[in-house]
Design a protein around this ligand. Structure first.
Ligand code: NAD
Length: 476
């Protein structure tokens, strides 16, 4: 008997949601072999036919949004409406890739006085997609859609903390495609390590934490396999002295942090508020939380924030908040608990806003990945820009101002891959806008034309104009 992953419901940890078999290194090798065997025919399939098959896959995924959404909510603790939204977003990205793949694969064909140059854009071959648990449907389809439409085949390894819905969704997609075009291997670090070390893997797309990213890069060095690395972040949300702090803005700022219980790579993880507006900000933020945050079981339609995903994630957050309050910071409890919710049954953490904190405290300078957000007042924009740009991470950020031009000007000075203006997190994403990190947040891009281009490589075919008189270049 092989090893099995047993997935519990983080809201009711005695409830088993499902199990999957762990892929051994031999299973991984077989999946890569099937993907490799499928590659020649899939890459030679006309783009229109590939896109039609993927459109059928998008329809299958969005048609089952309710089923996948409920399963995802149960295995992840994320509220059900959010989970359904993730399914819809995944289908929309599949369609966006279909629509734009022609441009991504277009290459160049030039014949002029400088010579003849044809630049082909070709798929790599077998892509390994390694996915974390926090938004597993969208984060797997973010890799699978551009890889497949440009002619690659893919082996996906989901996280052991969210293996179920993603496998079902990928099976629904795979049913619309030839065998071997999409494969799924389940397991943890060992399965992932076997996949990325396979020399037949031609490209790796990884989303996850920094330490794992390093391990993936080390493995990729052995085979010189190119990697897209989407790692963690510690996004600053910067509220300028003229920020519009209406109830609607405060609700948006709140969800910028607390969506998926704060467990989002691009969540606002530290709030920098101009000192002249701090009192007003705190009052508006607590009010917004009273209106919007209801903690409880993610299957309850009145609940807007669920538990954390695991005991270890919660332990880490408890330690960060205790460290801050132990040093004199104040943790303001946010929102309310749903009537009848049993918070002892799962990995619940009451959301908090932390004020009066040392700007160098671990809760400010590390990625907390959970529902606790520090607020740090600032006086000087230049000093703040220098401070946040000196941080280890450079994933995303946001600037909030009533003057949009002022916000865009300040945004351009921030050293990171994405800056939201007057919003933060998922509501500020766009399918056409490239997303990815600087520094320890990784490199490579997802979304937009750049996200499609990651899955093609160029091949230039060239005859220079001067061939007839080549003696000019080399002595004869
Ligand atoms: P993780 O690094 O623990 O795991 C990510 C994936 O890597 C999992 O599937 C895991 O099983 C696999 N893995 C573990 N060891 C491996 C190895 N040696 N070789 C290959 N694969 C291996 O991350 P997590 O806890 O699942 O996710 C949370 C992290 O992901 C946070 O830091 C978050 O910020 C980051 N994240 C980043 C983005 C982004 O777009 N930048 C998006 C979502 C999450």
């Amino acid at each position: 008997m092989g090893e099995t992953i047993v997935r519990e419901n983080p809201a009711r940890i005695h409830e088993i949601v499902g199990t999957v078999d762990v892929a051994t290194p031999a299973h991984v090798a077989a999946a890569v072999g099937r993907a490799q065997a499928a590659f020649p025919s899939w890459s030679a399939t006309p783009l229109g036919e590939r896109a039609a098959a993927l459109e059928a896959g998008a329809a299958a995924i969005s048609g089952a949004a309710g089923e996948f959404g409920t399963l995802l909510a149960r295995e992840l603790g994320k509220v059900e409406a959010d989970c359904r939204g993730e399914t819809g977003f995944a289908a929309a990205w599949l369609r966006w890739c279909n629509e734009h793949a022609g441009t991504a694969l277009a290459g160049r064909d030039i014949d002029d006085e400088a010579g003849r140059l044809v630049v082909h854009r070709r798929p790599y071959g077998v892509v390994a997609a390694i996915v974390p648990w926090n938004a597993p449907l969208i984060l797997s389809i973010l890799k699978v859609a551009p890889a497949l439409v440009t002619g690659n085949t893919v082996v996906v390894k989901p996280s052991p903390l969210a293996p179920l819905a993603v496998e079902q969704a990928l099976r629904a997609l795979a049913a619309c495609l030839p065998p071997g075009v999409v494969e799924v291997v389940q397991g943890g670090a060992e399965t992932g390590a076997a996949l990325v070390a396979d020399p037949r893997v031609a490209k790796i797309a990884f989303t996850g934490g920094e330490a794992t990213g390093r391990a993936v890069l080390r493995a990729a060095a052995g085979t010189i396999t190119p990697v897209v690395l989407e790692l963690g972040g510690n996004d600053p949300a910067i509220f300028l002295d003229d920020a519009d702090l209406t109830p609607a803005t405060m609700t948006s700022a709140l969800w910028g942090t607390f969506l998926t219980s704060g467990q989002v790579c691009m969540a606002a993880k530290r709030l920098y508020v101009h000192r002249s507006r701090v009192d007003e900000f705190v009052e508006g933020y607590l009010d917004a939380a009273d209106r919007a945050l209801v903690l409880g079981d993610p299957l309850d339609p009145d609940v807007t924030i669920g538990p954390m995903v695991s005991a270890s994630q919660r332990r880490g957050l408890v330690a960060l908040v205790a460290g801050a309050t132990g040093a004199g910071a104040i943790a303001h409890p946010l929102g309310r608990v749903a009537p009848g919710a049993d918070l002892d049954a799962g990995y619940f953490f009451r959301p908090v806003l932390v004020t009066g904190i040392d700007p160098a405290a671990p809760l400010v300078v590390e990625e907390q990945f959970g529902p606790a957000v520090p607020l740090v007042p600032f006086d000087d924009e230049d000093a703040l820009v220098a401070e946040v740009n000196a941080g280890r991470y450079g994933l995303a950020s946001s600037v909030w101002s009533a003057d949009e031009d002022r916000a865009f000007t300040l945004a351009a000075r921030l050293a990171c891959g994405f800056t939201f203006v007057n919003c933060h997190n998922r509501s500020g994403m766009s399918l056409r806008a490239p997303f990815g990190g600087w520094r320890a947040s990784g490199y490579g891009r997802e979304f937009g034309p750049e996200g499609l281009a990651e899955y093609t490589q160029t091949h230039a075919v060239h005859r220079p104009a001067a061939v007839a008189g080549a003696g000019r270049a080399y002595p004869t």
